[in-house]
Design a protein around this ligand. Structure first.
Ligand SMILES: [Zn+2]
Ligand SMILES: [Zn+2]
Length: 265
């Protein structure tokens, strides 16, 4: 079995994705409670005991929430960056799982036949990373919380078979929202979240001939609309004459069946 992905849900209320490889499955982030993670996995026929490790993108609760209890229950390691780990160790309210594997951002993590590269993204956490995951000739690019698509991000997310990218907010909806001005500034700043225009606009750069799947994730519940993201993405793909790409907007309360690259026609 080649690389594959299952979306368990995404948004400010929790994020978690299963990455499947021939040698086993991993989770990217575990931002739901243990019970909810298991419920969502069973809903899409993923055996929770098949998960061999959890990789943490950053310490915000919508990514961290279930990590400790899930890892401890299944006796699996949490992979966390050196800097994020130092921060979490100092914070008493963040209890860590028993089994921790520390990684260095920018250095390869070899895991279950995959080559995983955590790369720096701009976001208001200690050491937020995206992940480039390669296995044989297949590649997944993953970036769920980032304020800007800079050259480093482009380098890692370009030319992937599966691209998972944040499309967090609509600028007008954010402006019109009841959120406090400092929060609006935070979200729209370079260390905040990616808006629809920037995310969709980057697709002409990021998608290549090999791209088969596009997942747009982490849509804001107040300042975005799933249907709007879908429409914008569809229009962009049409413009690029890439209606062949499977495009999914990942919702907060909806899982998405596993997509395995080798099984796609
Ligand atoms: Zn975050
Ligand atoms: Zn988040």
């Amino acid at each position: 079995m080649s690389l594959g992905i299952t979306a368990l849900g995404s948004g400010s209320g929790g994020n978690s994705f299963v990455v499947h490889s021939a040698d086993g499955n991993i989770l990217i982030d575990a931002g739901f409670s243990r019970k909810e993670l298991i419920r969502r996995m069973l809903e899409v026929n993923v055996d929770p005991s098949s998960i061999q490790a959890v990789l943490l993108s950053h310490e915000h609760d919508d990514h961290l929430k279930g990590c400790r209890i899930f890892c401890d229950q299944f006796k699996i390691p949490l992979y966390v960056s050196f800097e994020t780990l130092q921060y979490l160790k100092k914070k008493k309210e963040h209890k860590l799982p028993k089994n921790i594997c520390e990684f260095t951002t920018g250095s390869e993590i070899p895991l279950l036949g995959m080559s995983i590269w955590p790369f720096t993204v701009q976001h208001d956490a200690i050491d937020t990373v995206g992940f480039e995951i390669s296995c044989e000739d297949k590649k997944i690019g993953f970036a769920s919380d980032l304020g800007v698509i800079n050259n480093l991000v482009k380098r890692h997310l370009r030319d992937c078979d599966i691209l998972v990218l944040e499309s967090n907010y609509d600028l007008d909806m954010l402006r019109r929202s009841d959120r406090q001005i400092h929060l609006k500034k935070r979200i729209a700043g370079i260390n905040g979240h990616l808006n629809n225009t920037d995310a969709i606009g980057a697709l002409s750069d990021l998608l290549t001939e090999r791209t088969k799947v596009l997942m747009l994730v982490h849509a804001s519940s107040e300042c975005n609309d799933y249907e709007l993201v879908r429409t914008l993405a569809r229009e962009q793909l049409e413009k690029m004459q890439r209606n062949d790409i499977i495009m999914k907007v990942i919702e907060q309360n909806r899982t998405l069946e596993t997509i395995i690259l080798d099984k796609l026609i």
